[in-house]
Design a protein around this ligand. Structure first.
Ligand code: NAD
Length: 507
């Protein structure tokens, strides 16, 4: 492994980041990074192999002793500097997100902001790591807890949020005293590299944060490395399940967030104009490439026909174009292969007999003929047996199902194998309360289409949307990245009874 001189994000081949510096991989493998709007390859990314992962683990292990035992306040001060550098560079980071992912600049800026909020949360780590204390847990015996770092942690992240999803993980892990190896999506590698440079500039000791790129080879090397104690994963459900099972087999702590099919239930008493506006943003924002996108609407009773009419009118008006284009509301999909997969789902919906209300398959953008575009697409009269309902499409395709009653709508949502997010639109407090109580989904919105919890709450779904016990960031993130130790203390003096052979009953 050697260290090149240029800065990480200006190179034509994106390097790794190990021990506080850019590093070239010892592997000859690399991947192409495209600009989805132009369809052009804009740079390459170096793929890590087992040797590179081992080098990253060695660097992270060397850094662990000092970083893990540093006072939390000192770690928080580094986080505060990182926070201000991230804020100062937010626009540049958003440009990188938009360039490699394709989402619009304002949307990219918002996603970076939501990630920065996790750094704000992590700045409060001295408070978050406080333990419990019981004086006289037994006579003359006190008890307290310590929250200690887990060790070297790894994060494996998806293409759709190049800044936000990694930021769900590493600020909390590192603030807790762990060291970290991030394997971002190989489709969008540059944002993580820039964040690594900024973290270093903030004074983070070398080796505490490392970035490796690659595909299954790099991921498998992480999962199999005995020096890594915990793995956080966000991505599609089949890979999440694989990560969870492999980590469990290898004795690693793991949280693996998977895919989604998020439903909005619309009751007949809802304000339909407001609801349609909310659904349009939630379905077509980021071209539907959000794990919390609303991809299925369950229209209850008489809401169906007027709602579909409004959705059609509004979806047809959305301006599609390159992410940095003036007034553009929806960008392209991430790759040609993904664009074609989404178009294939539209073909299958037609073949299965759903009503195609709006067809985005032939959408072309002038000047960007080679871009990976697909227009807003809307299906009505979709039924649970259809592929366009069963699979996560992850594109700008919204499907509408009809239900006669709210009970039937709840039963439909609960029967779905995913359970990431959901929302109800209604003017009835009683109906909303019942929905909140009965729905089998991890994140619920009431007249809020994308109920993404703020950084000081925890984010995570149920069922096939999360394998593991703890959600990311917030209090559950701190729990995931720490191990609890319970200490029981006695300071003997002359009145202390001698220890016997029976179980002591401390009272
Ligand atoms: P993906 O599962 O294809 O990839 C995720 C990560 O796993 C990447 O880093 C990738 O390199 C790696 N990977 C891919 N194939 C692998 C394999 N065979 N073995 C080992 N590692 C592999 O997901 P994606 O396409 O990058 O992202 C989109 C998916 O992520 C969607 O399903 C979306 O719902 C999900 N997602 C979920 C959440 C959530 O919070 N639940 C958030 C964002 C995205």
């Amino acid at each position: 492994m050697s260290i090149p001189n240029e800065t990480a994000v200006t190179q034509s081949v994106v390097p790794l980041w190990i021990n506080g510096a850019a590093a070239t991989s010892s592997s000859a493998r690399s991947g192409a990074v495209t600009n989805p709007a132009s369809g052009k390859v804009i740079r390459k990314v170096s793929f890590a192999n087992e040797e590179d992962i081992d080098a990253a683990v060695k660097a992270a292990t060397r850094a662990l002793a000092d970083w893990g035992s540093a006072p939390p306040l000192r770690r928080a001060r580094v986080m505060q500097k990182f926070l201000s550098l991230m804020q100062a560079n937010q626009k540049e980071l958003a440009r990188l997100v938009s360039e490699e992912h394709g989402k619009t600049l304002p949307d990219a800026l918002g996603s970076v902001q939501r990630g920065i909020e996790v750094i704000e949360f992590a700045c409060g780590i001295p408070h978050l790591l406080k333990g419990e204390y019981t004086e006289n847990a037994g006579t003359g015996v006190d008890c307290h807890t310590l929250r200690q770092p887990v060790g070297v942690c790894a994060g494996i992240t998806p293409f759709n949020f190049p800044a936000m999803v990694p930021l769900w993980m590493f600020p909390v892990a590192i603030a807790c005293g762990n060291t970290f190896i991030l394997k971002p999506s190989e489709k969008v590698p540059s944002t993580s590299m820039r964040m690594a440079e900024l973290f270093s500039e903030a004074g983070l000791p070398d080796g505490v944060f490392n970035v490796v790129h690659g595909d299954k080879e790099a991921v498998d090397a992480i999962l199999g490395h005995p020096g890594i104690q915990a793995v956080s994963f966000v991505g599609s459900t089949p890979i999440a399940k694989y990560i969870y099972e492999t980590c469990a087999r290898n004795g690693k702590r793991v949280q693996a967030l998977g895919g989604a099919k998020n439903h909005a239930v619309v009751l007949p008493d809802a304000d339909l104009e407001f609801t349609a506006d909310a659904l349009i943003g939630a379905a077509y924002g980021s071209a539907g490439e959000r794990c919390m996108a609303i991809s299925a609407v369950v229209a209850v009773g008489a809401s169906g026909d007027p709602l579909v009419k409004l959705l059609k009118e509004k979806a047809a008006k959305i301006k599609v174009g390159p992410g940095d284009g003036e007034g553009v509301e929806m960008g392209p999909l991430v790759t040609q292969a993904h664009r074609d997969k989404v178009a294939g789902y539209v073909d299958s919906g037609v073949a299965e007999g759903a009503t195609l209300v709006l067809d985005g398959r032939n959408r072309k953008v002038a000047g960007y003929e080679n871009g990976f575009f697909i227009g807003t697409t809307l299906f009505d009269r979709v039924t649970p047996g259809m592929k366009i309902y069963q699979d996560e499409i992850f594109g700008p395709v919204l499907v509408v199902l009809r239900a006669d009653t709210m009970e039937a709508a709840i039963a439909l949502v609960n029967a779905n194998p995913y359970g990431n997010g959901t929302a109800i639109f209604t003017n009835s407090g009683g109906a909303a309360r019942r929905f909140e109580e009965e729905i089998q989904v991890g994140m619920v919105g009431v007249n809020v289409p994308i109920p993404v919890p703020m950084a000081f709450y925890s984010f995570g779904g149920w069922k096939n949307s999360l394998f593991g016990d703890l959600h990311v960031h917030g209090a559950e993130g701190v729990k995931f990245y720490t191990r609890t130790k319970v200490v029981t203390t006695r300071w003997p003096h002359e009145d202390t009874p001698a220890a016997g052979l029976s179980m002591p009953t401390l009272g």
